[in-house]
Design a protein around this ligand. Structure first.
Ligand SMILES: C[S@@+](CC[C@H](N)C(=O)[O-])C[C@H]1O[C@@H](n2cnc3c(N)ncnc32)[C@H](O)[C@@H]1O
Length: 159
């Protein structure tokens, strides 16, 4: 499969999963956490689907399209492993983690802290969607939407 095809499949999986969550799942009252603002495409999608919800976005640097820039106070810059500590216990309804780099060795480093950071930010019963597996005893895997190959994206509920 070419990288273009793989990219399209990843973005399709993202859209299908985010739509499933926003449309069919009962989200709690807490904010949405977007880990990896990047260009802001998935942030913009979540904002469109959940217009009344506070979305707090994280990234190392701000590289977002100006049309996808979070409001003052809702963009947290720096290493997520450090900046997220201040948000532990925030009771998030949804954590969407899109911090993959496409390089296995770099992504491996994120796996050391990402599952715990996700659990710490989620309310009990909260949902996590991630481009990388989140192996944690407090996260139970949920079925993916039809047509999304297992391993392409990951969906969990916090116990
Ligand atoms: C695939 S891009 C995100 C794409 C974005 N969700 C979108 O739809 O436009 C991944 C982003 O995660 C950020 N990132 C990766 N690891 C990070 C870390 N440890 N701390 C902060 N940001 C990180 C990168 O800077 C990059 O902008």
């Amino acid at each position: 499969m070419s990288r273009l095809e793989s990219f399209i499949r990843r973005l399709t999986a993202q859209r299908e999963i985010l739509d499933l969550i926003c449309r069919d799942m009962q989200l709690g009252d807490g904010p949405v956490i977007e880990l990896g603002l990047g260009n802001g495409r998935t942030y913009d999608h979540l904002r469109d689907r959940l217009p009344d919800r506070r979305i707090i976005a994280f990234d190392r640097v701000n590289a977002a399209n100006l049309r996808s820039l979070p409001p003052e106070g809702d963009l947290i810059l720096g290493e997520i492993s450090e900046t997220a500590r201040a948000f532990a216990g925030i009771g998030a309804a949804l954590v969407h983690a899109d911090i993959g780099s496409g390089y296995d060795d770099l992504d491996e480093l994120n796996l050391r802290w990402l599952p715990q950071v996700t659990v710490d930010m989620l309310a009990p019963g909260g949902i996590a969607a991630s481009g990388v597996p989140l192996d944690h005893p407090d996260l139970s895997p949920l079925p993916l939407p039809e047509g999304i190959r297992p391993g392409r994206y990951f969906l969990y509920r916090r116990n």
